[in-house]
Design a protein around this ligand. Structure first.
Ligand SMILES: [Zn+2]
Ligand SMILES: [Zn+2]
Length: 261
């Protein structure tokens, strides 16, 4: 079964997908389960546009689509919560109207506003990198979410990655925390369509996750446009197999179920 647990439709300001279009593409490509994970970024106002006014329409449109698609595919109602550990009080007040079925939590911005998820506006420094992984560690320790999104996003638009070995102990702590809390690590392949041309986390970090006992991984295209859906799925799985992974995981209720790859 194919799955995709990171998809943006038109409640995300930077996406040209529709939920119906994504569901149709997924059914046609033989997917069994997908999650819509619209941006929920309180700290990033250029992408926000997704507080309470949009949340209820998002739920209603999702619910209608789920009735329409029936047994053809499993659809999950989700969010991608940016800097969730910093904004959880405001976010949860909105989520209370209809709790997300899956929360992907990610770091997009540093506390002082440096954006790691877009083409970098200046050369990245060792301090920026340290802050990025520390934010991921704080988020992982906060832990009240399902999936840690796109670990290493700052590398996505770089053709060559600066040495980050000085951050290895911190990255280890992030990975250990995920293993200990049984939080799922996302394998995000948007970076296969970007200059980095590799998956995130990069293979060395995924191998380290396995070494530390990590097994729970899932997959996200992070598609923001129709042609991005499913574009590098097979290549992503090939990389995972080459690292020794034989399973990815889908969410069933509050549990995670293995799918052989
Ligand atoms: Zn993101
Ligand atoms: Zn995303």
């Amino acid at each position: 079964m194919k799955i995709d647990y990171h998809l943006h439709a038109d409640y995300s300001a930077d996406s040209s997908n529709t939920m119906r279009g994504l569901a149709r593409s997924a059914i046609d490509a033989g997917y069994g389960s997908i999650a819509f994970t619209e941006h929920f970024d309180f700290g990033q106002f250029d992408l926000c546009e997704f507080g309470l006014p949009a949340y209820l329409p998002y739920w209603r449109e999702f619910d209608a689509l789920r009735r329409e698609t029936g047994d053809a595919i499993e659809l999950l109602f989700g969010v991608e919560a940016g800097e969730y550990h910093r904004h959880w009080r405001a976010a949860d007040a909105i989520f209370a109207f209809h709790p997300p079925e899956i929360i992907v939590a990610s770091i997009h911005m540093s506390p002082d506003g440096f954006n790691y998820s877009m083409p970098l506006t200046r050369p990245i420094t060792p301090d920026d990198i340290r802050v990025y992984y520390q934010e991921n560690l704080d988020l992982a320790e906060f832990g009240r979410f399902d999936v840690l999104g796109h670990l290493g996003i700052w590398k996505r638009y770089l053709r060559s990655v600066p040495d980050e070995s000085f951050a290895a102990p911190l990255i280890d702590e992030v990975l250990r925390t995920l293993v200990r809390r049984e939080t799922v690590l996302e394998v995000n392949y948007s970076s296969l369509r970007k200059p980095l041309n590799d998956i995130l986390p990069q293979p060395a970090h995924l191998a380290r996750f396995r070494e530390l006992g990590g097994r729970l991984i899932t997959i996200g295209s992070d598609a923001h446009a129709p042609e991005q859906f499913d574009d590098h799925y097979d290549r992503c799985l090939d990389i995972l197999r080459s690292l020794g992974f034989s399973e990815i995981f889908r969410k069933r209720g509050s549990d995670w179920e293995a799918i052989q790859i």
